[in-house]
Design a protein around this ligand. Sequence first.
Ligand SMILES: *Cc1c(COP(=O)(O)O)cnc(C)c1O
Length: 407
Amino acid sequence: MAATFPLSSNPPAGSISRPSEPGFYRCASPYNQRMREATKIIRSTLTRAAAGEPLHPGPVFAAPYHAPGDPSGIPYTYARSHNPTWTHLEKAIGQMESSEGYRATALVFASGMAACTAVFGAILRPGDVIVLPSNAYYAARVLAQEYFAHMGVQIRLAPTAGNAQTEHLDGAKLLWIETPSNPTMDVCDIAALSEAAHRAGALVAVDNTTPTPLGQLPLALGADFSVASDTKAMTGHSDILLGHVAVRDLELRQKIDQWRTLTGGVLGPMEAWLALRSIATLPLRLERSCQNAQRIAEFLITRPEVQQVLYPGLPSHPGHAIARRQMQYFGPVLSFILRDKTAAEAFLAQSKLFTDATSFGGVTSSAERRARWGGDQIADGFIRLSAGCEDIDDLLEDIAQALDATR
Ligand SMILES: *Cc1c(COP(=O)(O)O)cnc(C)c1O
């Protein structure tokens, strides 16, 4: 059982120093003032103090649990439905997704895509309409278009930038948004879109992978589901797949939970335990990597080899004002565009500190030429970069010398 750490109300004004100049890696959103998140997150990974017991009990490996007679009062019966190590992780994530005025609950999945699929599958029925970003995470779009569309779900696509989904909500069942979007770093207004969707009678799900709940709280901004791939910055060590869905509403939780039990693609206890260890350092990792990302973005715009830098922390980004309002950190991921494929490949080959690999959010910096996968409407010289936790001077020196090689 996780110790429940009280969610405090706002600290008195002025009790936290919160730099808010444009371009600073921490934004000035109102819920920066909610309880000191780092403390809450770190404490939530501990169990209740009991003499002689470990601070961090190991993973609980089980398929069936002892369950004599009437199973209704027994907390754990069979591990496709529940596991104590998941419970511990879900409490920690649930606290992270909670804020003033509401308490969130979370369900963990074997991957981010399993979490996305759970929301689609639990909510959408033949004849229903889902409104999706045309630049949503590629696999989520394919899942909708190749599977749910064939089962009679109608799909409407509109870009993330400019809150373009607003025009397509009539009669919709589910609005799915992703902000900042992967990999183009477009931003939309979660609160405004949630209000419009609710007026139209639609539920709202936010893919919150790039910022993590420490960087952005979709449920506090009005969304019904906060969905994420915790494979990325949330766990941050490039060694496990994990996803979660968080909700405020217990009926929605019930639907998602039932989907997970029936479809059965659940995560193992070892992954849940590794995730708990990793999440305790999220505040440290995110602070450093977002600070590094901001510095890298500011450096890249000064370089003539770089045609465009896409990062919501830059005042020149079209979504900057919205991001400042709704995010606490601008995130560890940025994208930039070099002249062409050859220049991008030369950059990646020449860099010594940016591992050429997909995915993002790890403690080690990485980058990739995103167009090599296809599926996204991006230039051949488009690079998605994930700032890790290394020393910023080393990262900037490495980028400078790798850019020199692209000339
Ligand atoms: C990676 C990612 C996913 C899928 O997560 P997996 O853990 O790889 O299954 C979903 N959405 C976004 C935005 C992602 O970046």
